[in-house]
Every structure is written in structure tokens, then in C-alpha cells.
Design a protein around this ligand. Structure first.
Ligand code: 5GP
Length: 189
């Protein structure tokens, strides 16, 4: 299948379709970085990446930004190998740095129910930063369970499970360059 040419052959049978190709992800991240640059002109940012899904968003966004930025990471409990939210959030790895008085931008791969980021923003706000905003590459608005202001959004996606560009299914497919959907056979279908 020529439309899956960018997928390594070992993964090709697992991929149903490419939802957002690499070039579109890259172009959108450049646009988002330009917005962030404008909004934070004259300031210094602390980018807080949510492990592990946000690693490539973080890497590409940070390199497009021209405002000075530092990076830190948090890990919270997520889906494991299942594909629906438990709503239970646990901090597995906290920040290395103090954020009091700093401008914090949370960098996330996808907002689904919003429960994870709702918890995370409240948690970070309690540490008295100057500001906390959210940037997410993807959002599934139809799935939202809490009212969560996401300041910077890359793409809206439908209610389908996606992988690639950092997003996994049972720890696989993170390294794919595109955002893709998986064939039903992957889920045992
Ligand atoms: P929320 O708390 O917003 O429901 O879930 C956010 C987290 O769920 C994301 O950081 C991600 O780890 C996971 N997630 C939600 N939707 C998807 C999806 O379509 N694909 C993958 N791989 N993970 C997802």
C-alpha cells in the first residue's frame, strides 16, 4: 500500500491509516511555537512535558521556540495497555525543579477526557507559579469530561484511538513519525 510508505515495513500490517502525516505535524508545531513566542515575549518559559507520550512534541516544539525555555518532565499514571481512561491519576515522577513564580507551559500529546491534565494543572497551580497554560498536540473534544482550558491545540481528532509521534499502544508504535490508527487485528479483533 503506497499510502503507508512512510511506515516501516515491520509495522505496516498493524497500521490502518495515517491520520496526520509527519509534515503536517511539523508545520503545525512551527505555528504553535510562533504563537507561544508571541505570547511569552520577554519572558522565560518552563516547559513541562508529560512522559512518555509528549517526548517528540516537546523535542520539536522546544526547537522551534525562540523565547528562552527550560525543560522538565512529569510522569503520571495512564492507560497501560487498555484504551479507556480510569480517571485515576497518580504522580509517578515529579518535577526536578521548583516552579514558584515561573511561567509554566504543560506540553502534552493528547487531551481525551481531560482528567489527567485537570489534575495536573491544579497540582501545579498549588505550587504558586506565575502562570500555568497547556499545549496539546491533539484533542478529542467529544470525549471531554471536565472543562479544561487548553490554550494551544495542534489538531482536533475524532473519537478514535491513535498512536505514533510519541503515542503508544502497550508501549509500541511511539516511534512512528505520523499519527496513525491501528488495524483491528492489533486489538485482537
Ligand atoms: P485523559 O486524562 O485526557 O482522558 O487522557 C490523557 C492520556 O490518555 C493521554 O496523555 C494519553 O496517554 C492517553 N490517551 C488518550 N487518548 C489516546 C489515544 O487515542 N491514543 C493513545 N495512544 N493514548 C491516548
Amino acid at each position: 500500500m503506497s499510502e503507508l510508505a512512510s511506515i516501516p515495513p515491520t509495522f505496516r500490517d498493524d497500521v490502518e491509516s495515517i491520520l496526520i502525516p509527519e509534515a503536517e505535524l511539523d508545520a503545525r508545531l512551527a505555528e504553535l511555537a510562533a504563537e507561544v513566542d508571541r505570547d511569552y515575549a520577554g519572558k522565560e518559559l518552563l516547559l513541562v512535558g508529560v512522559l512518555k507520550g509528549a517526548i517528540f512534541v516537546m523535542a520539536d516544539l522546544a526547537r522551534y521556540l525562540t523565547v528562552p525555555s527550560a525543560m522538565d518532565f512529569m510522569a503520571v499514571s495512564s492507560y497501560g495497555s487498555s484504551t479507556s481512561s480510569s480517571g485515576v491519576v497518580r504522580i509517578l515522577k515529579d518535577l526536578d525543579t521548583e516552579i514558584e513564580g515561573r511561567d509554566v507551559l504543560i506540553v502534552e500529546d493528547i487531551v481525551d477526557s481531560g482528567l489527567t491534565l485537570d489534575y495536573l494543572t491544579k497540582n501545579l497551580r498549588s505550587r504558586q507559579p506565575a502562570s500555568v497554560e497547556i499545549l496539546s498536540l491533539l484533542t478529542k473534544p467529544s470525549r471531554r469530561e471536565v472543562d479544561l482550558p487548553v490554550k494551544y491545540i495542534g489538531f482536533e481528532v475524532p473519537d478514535v484511538f491513535v498512536v505514533g509521534y510519541g503515542l503508544d499502544y502497550a508501549e509500541r508504535y511511539r516511534s512512528l513519525r505520523d499519527i496513525v490508527t491501528l488495524a483491528p487485528s492489533v486489538y485482537g479483533g
